[in-house]
Write a new protein. Structure first.
Length: 77
């Protein structure tokens, strides 16, 4: 993974795979969902608000990847 790719993720032009989200969360030692919470509320966990900065195409891409990952897990069990 290159710096350009990371920059595109940070700027909302690309969206990481479910696997990459998990790897980033593991390295940061946080649950993956915390990567998507509003920065200004990160210390007040009772009032966290989801970020809404991702364009609709990236949201759709994320939903498709999550759905595929969920179906894969369900098939394995």
């Amino acid at each position: 993974m290159g710096l350009n790719y990371i920059g595109e993720i940070e700027n909302g032009r690309k969206f990481p795979s479910v696997q990459l989200i998990q790897k980033i969360a593991d390295v940061l030692q946080v649950p993956p969902h915390l990567l998507f919470w509003d920065e200004q509320n990160k210390h007040n966990k009772t009032r966290l608000r989801p970020r809404s900065i991702a364009p609709d195409t990236l949201k759709k891409n994320m939903a498709e990847q999550l759905t595929a990952a969920i179906h894969k897990v369900i098939k394995e069990y």
